[in-house]
Write a protein that binds this ligand. Structure first.
Ligand SMILES: Cc1cc2nc3c(=O)[nH]c(=O)nc-3n(C[C@H](O)[C@H](O)[C@H](O)COP(=O)(O)OP(=O)(O)OC[C@H]3O[C@@H](n4cnc5c(N)ncnc54)[C@H](O)[C@@H]3O)c2cc1C
Length: 412
């Protein structure tokens, strides 16, 4: 197939949906978020009631599970349509949770939908879709580089119709709230390919042998990323997710759309930071004029505007390629790398324009900045994406005599 032009046209119904989500975020989520403030200072029951109350309103309003097909109670949207919903939802911190499209459940739902047996879908996917359970994805280990899953040391050994699992995981987001984990382990000693050593299992939580030993404190606080020691954990054969040796493949197919969903949420955050930057510059006076009239500030606004524009185009284009069954690996890698870095730069500039206020916790910027830092290495470190992008561009040149297919395969 020749280069495919891009068409991001939304139907009038979808455009109306986008605006409905924006109104819901502005009128329901943001005011409740302001009431919640710092959740640690709220009574736990009050906090949960507020969160679940917002979820119920979203469900009743039909804004629920945008990423899932209709037969699973979702909105049945394609990836371009999803980009627009996620970018609206993430304008508020709790937005993705309220619409039940938050990480890591969102990626796990895609994974169970694609790889699960009918029984696994009924037992594990159904409660996620209904919002009655949460889940986690356990791959990274402290002892080996998470960037290279062929190094995974947690082992699963067959014993009758069960597997016995031993190992160590950390940074497992949501593990403390999860009803189950998708756990990636080494099952093959001498695979044909190093990538075929791992398999994935569904583990009920709690289970004997699954020990959550601590919450890892991060630069944005004790945020729900757990360290897990696994000792003689027994999992039935029927809980293997996908086939033997398909753990790496499953992880990769999970991460493609999940990375793009992160980008969609990061775009919302960057846009919030840019809106705040412009607002502040229009209202702050120094040295004879408003900040907005100063060239140094305009450069920051202009750079952020151009980068956000690039980010939106990259994400929409990668989503368009997924929707149209085209290879999207390089486009998702490029989008993930670019959007993660753009996010940090735009928030940083916004903090600069806010001065001391930006450094304080009186605005959301400080919190956003702390969160943004992980984007550059989680779900694929910058350098690993750069390595893969370069490999594909070199291959494109070798195969076709041109790098053009490596740069989005666009008609220019
Ligand atoms: C907030 C947060 C949430 C997370 N949630 C989860 C989760 O739910 N489940 C889960 O399994 N994991 C999770 N992780 C872990 C995350 O996926 C890993 O941090 C990531 O895969 C990188 O692995 P690592 O930390 O072991 O870094 P390493 O693999 O040790 O890499 C460290 C650095 O080395 C460099 N590097 C690596 N490879 C190359 C290369 N080929 N060329 C050049 N440089 C390279 C990069 O700069 C990289 O940042 C989370 C992490 C964070 C911070």
């Amino acid at each position: 197939m020749g280069p495919v032009p891009i068409d991001f046209t939304l139907t009038p119904e979808l455009d109306a949906l986008r605006l409905r989500i924006r109104t819901f975020v502005d009128e329901v989520i943001k005011p409740t978020e302001a009431e919640i403030g710092d959740p640690d200072t709220l009574d736990r029951g009050d906090y949960l009631n507020k969160l679940l109350g917002m979820r119920k309103q979203a469900f009743d309003a039909g804004i629920w599970l945008p990423h899932m097909p209709k037969e699973w109670g979702g909105m049945g949207l394609g990836h371009v349509e999803l980009a627009m919903v996620q970018a609206e939802a993430a304008k508020a911190y709790y937005g993705p949770f309220v619409f039940n499209c938050q990480a890591p459940d969102e990626g796990n739902m895609h994974t169970l939908l694609k790889w699960g047996t009918d029984e696994q879908k009924e037992n594990y996917l159904r409660p996620l879709c209904e919002g009655t359970a949460m889940s986690c994805f356990a791959m990274t280990e402290p002892e080996v580089a998470g960037s290279d899953p062929t190094l995974i040391q947690t082992t699963a050994v067959p014993d009758g119709d069960e597997w016995v699992i031993n190992g160590h995981k950390w940074f497992i987001s949501n593990a403390r709230r999860a009803k189950f984990a998708i756990l990636v382990c080494r099952t093959e000693d001498n695979p044909d390919l190093p990538q075929a050593a791992n398999s994935a299992f569904i583990v009920d939580i709690p289970s004997e042998g699954w020990n959550r030993v601590r919450e890892v404190e991060t630069m944005h606080g004790g945020s729900g990323h757990s360290e897990i020691v696994i000792t003689d954990l027994r999992v039935p054969d029927s809980n293997m997710l996908g086939g033997r040796g398909e753990g790496h493949l499953l992880g990769q197919s999970r991460l493609g759309p999940a990375r793009l969903a992160h980008c969609m949420r990061w775009i919302a955050q960057a846009e919030t930071a840019l809106d705040m930057m412009v607002d502040r510059s229009l209202n702050r006076y120094a040295h004879g004029s408003m900040l907005a009239e100063k060239q140094g500030i305009q450069w920051m606004i202009a750079d952020s505007t151009m980068e956000l524009y690039q980010a939106k185009l990259m994400v929409l284009h990668a989503a368009f390629r997924i929707d149209n069954g085209l290879d999207f690996k390089s486009e998702v890698s490029m989008a993930k790398h670019f959007v993660a870095n753009m996010l940090g730069r735009v928030i940083d500039r916004s903090i600069q324009v806010h001065g001391a206020l930006g450094y304080s916790t009186d605005t959301p910027l400080a919190h956003m900045y702390q969160h943004a830092r992980w984007a550059r290495f989680a779900d694929g470190a910058d350098e690993v994406h750069q390595m893969r992008i370069a490999q594909r561009t070199i291959a494109a040149y070798r195969d076709t005599g041109s790098t053009r297919t490596g740069t989005g395969d666009l008609p220019i």
